[in-house]
Design a protein around this ligand. Structure first.
Ligand code: DGT
Ligand code: CA
Ligand code: CA
Ligand code: ZN
Length: 550
């Protein structure tokens, strides 16, 4: 489907029309883009059946532009506009508080074209003097530039994994291809990724490159070589593909999985043993000592196998040498899900539908934890939970932690529930409030403890004090599996585990489908060195009930 590409290009044309001050055309292009974004069918089908002009907002002119995009993958008009106004729209618009109108103003008044220009002028206090801007807006822009920079270059793991898997399986289907692995930060499970790295062994590398550089999702070929190519994808990130010989695939995989810091340390160890490590193998002089598998290379360096999630040079290499790496928790260990929302609050599915979908995912039990403020009649809420018999459903509730650390609902009301998740829902004074909340005996789990959301400013929380107190109070800290939360994050999970406090890997789903998100929480917990025993929802339901009751 090229719907998204077409909509993106039309929207970009509209941005330029705004710059030109051509409000009429801007509106027309934006309207057409919106139609195509919301279109339930494949735009190529519509074009093939000559029905483009039947779409709302698509006249003869725009229809011909759409056909041009479908035929060529780009639009001549857009290139002309880009030459006329060499403004980096993507970058500027990604700064919170900067819209197309502001871009126009910044360009016309100060000639700002890039993030660097914007930063430079903001620092010289030139922005505040512009019409409708002022000191406050200038400051906000300056502090949002940093964030915009990281957002442009890095994407949430969960958004990119399906794309990487698709490319992997398509390459796998090519003739003569033996192995395909996704390496880099994706294999390590980092919460955001900069690009996709793919390693291949194949009889005919040229043929793989032909396919790779002409995939439908390729916007632009950055480099094409016989064994290494880089393409820029429609999804706005790069993908590297390298072809290796089977005999060195292990060392190549090790090298391109990284992390950089991990590789540096491995190479240092190889050197200290009189060897040399590269993507082509582990060598003593000219002799290749190891390279076929990762295990082989690591063993030759005196190390046990190290799971990719741990490869950040945060003590895992030393632990591998001393044979004391943790047995990491895995998806199969997770038996229940203890945080989700149904129709009783802001979820979109019934409790029964959540339960039966959870069962298909292999969960043995769930807890439904609707927001307390929606539950006006606790008895009827509890009755509707009792009525479900697909799998055991714990009657839970999520309560907000108020500004002074007290709970939004009195403790005696909470006694009626099997499980209480307490969460902070705004970013102020988080540490003190969490510590306060853990003084209440009824609280079992602290939901998304820091309240951070990827791509927005991170709240300041003293995790060391929070994990210590949680361990003492017997409260579990959540690893919220929502791909934009992952809260606790990997390094925080590690602190929790070290402090001896338990975590709960929960979906916080607001729909059935989101119950699948647990996998991202598992990856995060693994990156935090968590073992099954560190995670309360690896317990069976009886044991868990005892834990909750105690
Ligand atoms: P990303 O793409 O920013 O999310 O992070 P990575 O870790 O995937 O980084 P990337 O794509 O630049 O490179 C993939 C891996 O390849 C990286 O983790 C380490 C390895 N690598 C690439 N070039 C070098 C190098 O020159 N030296 C070392 N030590 N490692 C390298
Ligand atoms: Ca990468
Ligand atoms: Ca790369
Ligand atoms: Zn929730």
């Amino acid at each position: 489907m090229k719907n998204r590409l077409v909509a993106q290009i039309l929207n970009r044309v509209a941005d330029f029309m705004d710059l030109k001050g051509d409000e009429f055309r801007s509106k027309a292009y934006r309207r057409a883009a919106r139609t195509i974004e919301l279109l339930g069918e494949d735009i190529e089908e519509v074009a093939a059946q000559d029905r483009l002009q039947e779409l709302p907002g698509v006249g003869r002119n725009i229809a011909s532009k759409i056909r041009e995009i479908l035929d060529t993958g780009s639009l001549h008009l857009l290139h002309e506009l880009m030459e006329e106004y060499p403004v980096d729209f993507d970058a500027l618009l990604s700064v919170e508080g900067v819209g197309p109108r502001t871009v126009k103003l910044l360009y016309e008044e100060l000639g700002i074209k890039t993030l660097d220009d914007l930063e430079y002028q903001a620092k010289r206090h030139r922005i505040r003097r512009l019409r409708g801007m002022g000191e406050k807006k200038e400051k906000a822009i300056l502090s949002n530039i940093e964030l915009a920079r990281s957002r442009i270059t890095r994407k949430p793991l969960a958004y990119i994994v399906p794309l990487a898997q698709r490319i992997k399986s398509e390459v796998m289907d090519l003739e003569g291809v033996q192995r395909v692995e996704v390496a880099g930060s994706i294999r390590r499970g980092r919460e955001t990724v900069g690009d996709i790295d793919i390693l291949v062994t194949a009889r005919d590398p040229e043929m793989v490159m032909d396919y790779f550089t002409s995939m439908e999702t390729v916007r632009e070929v950055v480099v094409r070589g016989p064994r290494k190519s880089t393409v820029r994808l429609v999804e706005d990130l790069d993908c590297d593909l390298r072809v290796f010989d089977d005999g060195v695939f292990g060392s190549a995989l090790l090298y391109f999985t990284g992390s950089w810091e991990f590789n540096v340390e491995l190479r240092r160890i190889a050197q200290s043993m009189g060897m040399k490590l590269s993507e082509y193998g582990l060598f003593r002089g000219d002799e290749r000592v190891a390279g076929r598998t990762e295990e082989e290379v690591l063993e030759a360096l005196g190390l046990t196998y190290i799971e990719p999630e741990l490869r950040e040079n945060r003590g895992e290499i030393e632990a591998a040498r001393e044979r004391r790496l943790p047995e990491l928790v895995s998806s199969e260990d997770v038996r229940g899900d203890l945080h989700m929302h149904s129709l009783h609050s802001d979820g979109i599915d019934s409790i029964a539908d959540l339960a039966s979908y959870a069962e298909t995912l292999g969960r043995e039990y769930i807890a439904v934890t609707d927001h307390a403020r929606y539950i006006s009649d606790p008895d009827s809420y509890l009755r509707s939970i009792e009525g479900v018999d697909e799998i055991p459903v714990l009657a839970g509730v999520e309560v907000s932690i108020l500004a002074d650390g007290s709970l939004e609902v009195p403790g005696d009301v909470l006694e009626d529930f099997d499980l209480v998740v307490a969460s902070v829902h705004d970013g102020f004074n988080v540490t003190e409030r969490l510590l306060g909340a853990m003084d209440h005996d009824v609280v079992d789990i602290i939901g998304h403890p820091t309240g951070r959301v990827l791509g927005t400013r991170e709240p300041v929380v003293d995790i060391e004090r929070v994990t210590e107190r949680a361990a003492e109070a017997g409260v579990a800290l959540e690893v919220n599996s929502n791909p934009l939360r992952l809260d606790l994050r990997d390094t925080h999970v590690r602190m929790a585990v070290d402090a001896g406090c338990r975590v709960a890997i929960n979906s916080d789903a607001h729909s059935r489908g989101a119950l699948e998100n647990i996998r991202w929480g598992v990856i995060t917990a693994r990156r935090g060195w968590a073992e099954p025993d560190d995670v309360i929802n690896t317990m069976g339901i009886r044991k868990l009930r005892r834990w909750l009751g105690g």
